[in-house]
Ligand binder design. Structure first.
Ligand SMILES: [Zn+2]
Length: 75
């Protein structure tokens, strides 16, 4: 993914544990995959990782430094 560092610097860090790091998109940055603004970005630091999602979401996936990066879109 290009411009990953720039993307991260635009987002608000929310949660980090040994498996994931999540960021909230408070400024409506466009998703690199579908170009719609996404809600949250989750970096999977340690695959395989389970995401315990409490809602039904549309997801887009990218890869950065061999880590899966997930973009969530709330319906
Ligand atoms: Zn997307």
């Amino acid at each position: 993914m290009e411009d990953f560092d720039q993307l991260v610097s635009s987002l608000t860090p929310r949660e980090e544990n040994s498996a994931i790091k999540s960021y909230q998109n408070t400024v409506a940055v466009a998703c690199p995959a579908c170009e719609e603004p996404f809600d949250d970005m989750v970096v999977c630091k340690e695959p395989p990782t389970s995401l315990n999602l409490s809602r039904t979401l549309d997801l887009c996936v990218d890869v950065h430094d061999e880590q899966a990066v997930i973009f969530t879109h709330q319906k």
